[in-house]
Design a protein around this ligand. Structure first.
Ligand code: UDP
Length: 432
């Protein structure tokens, strides 16, 4: 403007993103505060000089001159996408460490752990936590319901080995593992309905093979079972405790998954004099990285709704949306699984999840709100798979886990959804 006056222009490329994205919003506020401080400092040193700060919003200009990705009229710095996911990953590892406490975390140091299904959603977080605490991990995964992208940051780690094969056929290591964690499974109803034999085989043959291995090598065994073993519990059995009798159909579209998990539990019982087995009955779990086939029809309800909300597409509810589930955030689930594996003297199956039961309609509304989406909620949407025997209600009784290893889920749905949505938003932006 003149020799003594300067105008600093700040081009804010994506106001909407700054507003809706909490991490970026924090940085934006930090940036504004720094500028103010800088301005006051200059004024103090040279009062004759005036600096005018201008922040202008620009969603029209082309992106060539800036190191930005252009997505749906939004600009986002490529590096920020990574930072967002790194930050969320760090939050998760820190929360799990805090939930477990030093004494349990130390039990992982230098332990050899064989993890089947280690490239899946739950499995990959399990691997990351083990590696972060000094364990040596052999991850076996055929990448049927998972992707190598989940473990991309682990591949180069000297304590991590990945074998792309199914647990039923892989050569099991000669060296004894201290712990074996069997997570290989297809939990998504549309996907296991397409791959019933693979699903059944992982739960039955895979479990039997690993129990034999544990018996020969004196390894502790963690079997990840499911709330599906309860089938469709009566209202009187909600919340559902471990001794509740099963109401599973042995002949039907969900049987390949449900019966294979029930058989896996029976196998643990059959080997109980030879193998120290821990059985987790996992209830619906979600978090960053959930089901990377999320944009297809294979995604489970929660991640499908998130992707639909991010694209402002209709959120597809099957039926009235009055069926319920209880959604557990990944940190609470992993704290439960690790405690179950690492504490002494556990007998029989243990429910792990969150006991906050909500309807699927409430889930859709919450996702829409947290994602600040304009999506419509579509009731009675056309199902993408066979809904026969879809359970009406699902909610865990967590008293057994509470009694044995002081388990109480900590994470409210809104927080877990916010983290999952931010992670997914970054993925979606990076993919476009
Ligand atoms: N569901 C829905 N819309 C979808 C996908 C699923 O309303 O696009 C419903 C499904 O019928 C079930 C609930 O959401 O009642 C939870 O489904 P999820 O995919 O999480 O699998 P499940 O909990 O049954 O294993």
């Amino acid at each position: 403007v003149s020799n003594n006056h300067y105008v600093l222009l700040f081009n804010c490329k994506c106001p909407k993103l700054f507003q809706t994205h909490s991490i970026l919003a924090d940085r934006y506020t930090y940036c504004k505060r720094s500028l103010l401080f800088f301005g006051i400092l200059i004024q103090c040193i040279t009062p004759l000089h005036t600096i005018i700060f201008m922040i202008y919003f620009d969603t029209e200009s082309d992106s060539e001159s800036f190191p930005f990705l252009f997505v749906d009229n939004c600009f986002i710095e490529e590096k920020n996408l990574m930072n967002i996911q790194e930050q969320i990953e760090q939050n998760i590892i820190t929360a799990i460490k805090g939930g477990l406490g030093e004494a349990l975390v130390e039990k992982l140091f230098r332990k050899k752990i064989l993890i089947s299904g280690g490239a899946g959603f739950l499995g990959s977080w399990f691997c990351k936590v083990a590696i972060a605490h000094g364990a040596e991990v052999l991850c076996v995964d055929p990448l049927v319901a998972s992707t190598k992208a989940n473990i991309k940051n682990l591949i180069e780690h000297p304590n991590f080995t990945f074998v792309n094969q199914s647990i039923e056929t892989v050569d099991l290591p000669q060296r004894p593992a201290d712990m074996v964690v069997h997570m290989a499974s297809i939990a998504s109803p549309p996907l296991y309905q397409q791959l019933p034999k693979t699903t059944y085989s992982a739960g039955v043959k895979g479990t039997e093979r690993l129990l034999e291995y544990c018996s020969n090598h004196n390894s502790t065994f963690l079997f990840t079972s499911t709330s599906e073993v309860y089938g469709n519990p009566a209202d009187d059995d909600i919340p559902t405790s471990e001794d509740c009798a099963s109401r599973v159909h042995s002949y039907g579209v969900r049987a390949c998954y449900d019966i294979s998990k029930m058989t896996g539990e029976t196998l643990c019982y059959m080997y109980k004099d030879e193998v120290d087995s821990r059985i987790a009955r996992i209830f619906n779990t979600y978090g960053p990285g959930i089901d990377t086939k999320s944009t297809s029809q294979y995604g489970r309800a929660l991640i499908k709704f998130i992707v639909q909300a991010l694209h402002n597409a209709p959120i597809t509810i099957y039926g009235t949306g009055q069926q319920t589930r209880s959604f557990c955030y990944i940190t609470d689930q992993l704290v439960g699984l690790y405690k179950l594996l690492l504490v002494d003297n556990v007998d029989g199956p243990v429910n792990i999840g969150n006991d906050n039961e909500i309807t699927i309609l409430e889930l859709a509304q919450t996702i829409k709100e947290v994602a600040q989406s304009d999506s419509e909620i579509e009731l009675d949407a056309q199902p993408a798979y066979d809904l026969t025997h879809d359970p009406n209600r699902r909610c865990p009784d967590l008293r057994k886990a509470g009694k044995i290893f002081d388990y109480t889920p900590q994470v409210p749905l809104e927080y877990g959804l916010k983290e999952t949505i931010e992670w997914t938003r970054a993925n979606e932006l990076a993919v476009v």
